[in-house]
Design a protein around this ligand. Structure first.
Ligand code: NAP
Ligand code: MG
Length: 403
């Protein structure tokens, strides 16, 4: 069979550790045999980010702005420990934060459901999608530690020279301080991306924050959401018979756990980070989650929601073949290829992307899976290592391609 052609390249961002190993495997076994793959490749491994003083991350993000679709492997966020481990010159911000900062927008995380994997929360019948604001708050913070008494203030100096001050704390002893920010425009585009996504998927929306405590910061998010909904989306929501509500974050958590699912939960940056891992784990595994960043001007970045799976990588380096679940990486590639196909008008490529997803799910539903999922089956299953699992997916994919 002839390979499927592409027009515009995908922005491909390679990563670190176990996910880097799987990235290569997924490409080699599941994509290259079927697609004449065109990518613009950026190596975001920790060593290359260090060697380029992180310029490679910025270039990759700019490439997404140009080509509109990217696919990213998981990457190490450097810290003092990782700096020592990899002999790095410096510590750079998380590549995800850098890319999200450049693209702005919202990350949507949706559980991947297989018929034989039941969520831990028995009332959940439909996926709960998290819409995570991708800009600001603690991910763009300024923080410091102080080791002696003193006054901490927030100072705003306007370009016209005007000044406003708010006392943060009259520190009686050493401690820690942080300042965070967000922009009205970013919050507005976050709200619009959520409402747009919800309309496309016909899902009701709940936005949750802590406006009772944070009466300026979180209240601004609440007000912008409400304004955008009332003025731009309410009528379309009514037509689709879906609605929007604001809830306090603690009330929202209680509702989520008792719900049947089937809605979009819009979360501030940190809440979305934490809650998406909770939803993914409760639905089965961190690897059973898709993640896509949607920018306000229509750029898409697909990635896995989990990290580089360091523990498995250590075992791999010691000669083992771990059973790291590649589903999130497979779905990231499939999502990116399908979006590229849609933008470039290549129906065969879109069909291939759907077949890739179907082959992966069929493998799991046929009882063949990695250990994270096998442990969830009441009757148990013999766990496969990543290599054997990917071979099984390739087998099923080849069958789809032959008919
Ligand atoms: P992690 O990679 O998410 O893995 C944590 C644990 O979750 C694993 O040890 C494993 O549990 C389980 N797990 C995660 N993904 C799995 C998969 N695909 N298949 C099977 N099990 C899976 O987090 P980490 O190991 O703590 O972090 C490693 C690095 O990832 C860090 O340097 C962090 O900065 C980075 N990170 C990157 C991203 C990103 O690029 N998007 C996101 C988060 C973290 P068991 O060991 O019990 O099997
Ligand atoms: Mg996280």
């Amino acid at each position: 069979m002839e390979k499927i052609g592409m027009k515009t390249p995908l922005v491909e961002m390679d990563g670190d550790e176990m996910t880097r190993v799987l990235w290569e495997l997924v490409k080699k076994n599941l994509i290259l045999p079927f697609v004449d793959l065109k990518t613009e490749y950026y190596d975001l491994c920790v060593q290359n980010r260090d060697a380029t003083c992180d310029a490679v991350t910025v270039e990759a993000a700019r490439a997404i702005l140009r080509h509109r679709v990217g696919v990213k492997c998981a990457t190490i966020t450097t810290n003092a420990e990782r700096k020592k481990e990899y002999g790095l010159k410096s510590i750079f911000p998380s590549p995800n934060a850098t890319i999200r900062g450049i693209l702005d927008g919202t990350v949507f995380r949706k559980p991947i459901t297989a018929r034989n994997i039941k969520p831990s929360v028995i009332t959940w019948e439909r996926p709960i999608v998290i819409g995570r604001h991708a800009y600001g708050d603690i991910y763009r913070n300024a923080e410091m530690s102080v080791d002696a008494p003193g006054k901490v203030e927030l100072v705003y100096t306007g370009n016209d020279g005007s000044e406003r001050r708010v006392l943060v704390a009259d520190m009686k002893e050493g401690g820690v301080v942080q300042g965070v920010h967000n922009y009205d425009a970013s919050i507005r585009s976050f709200a619009r991306s959520c409402f747009r996504y919800a309309l496309d998927e016909a899902l009701p929306v709940m936005f949750a924050a802590k406006d009772t405590i944070s009466q300026v910061y979180d209240a601004r998010f609440r007000d912008i959401f409400s304004h955008v909904y009332e003025t731009e989306y309410k009528a379309e929501f009514a037509e689709k018979k879906i609605d929007y509500m604001y809830a306090l974050i603690d009330d929202a958590v209680a509702r989520v756990v008792k719900s049947a699912g089937g809605f979009l939960w819009a979360c501030k940056n940190y809440d979305g980070d934490v809650m998406s891992d909770m939803i993914a784990s409760a639905t089965g595994s961190l690897a059973m989650m898709t993640s896509v960043l949607l920018s306000p001007d229509g750029c898409y970045e697909y990635e896995a929601a989990h990290g580089t799976v360091r523990k498995h990588y250590c075992r791999y380096r010691n000669g083992e073949k771990p059973g790291t679940n590649p589903i999130a990486l497979i779905f990231a590639w499939a999502g990116a290829l399908e979006k590229r196909a849609e933008l470039d008008g290549i129906p065969e490529l879109a069909e291939f992307a759907r077949q890739l997803q179907a082959a992966a799910l069929q493998t799991i539903e046929g009882g063949l899976m990695t250990g994270d999922l096998a442990a969830l089956l009441p009757s148990g299953a013999t766990p496969l290592n990543s290599w054997d699992f990917i071979d099984e997916v390739a087998l099923r994919l080849a069958r789809f391609r032959q008919v």
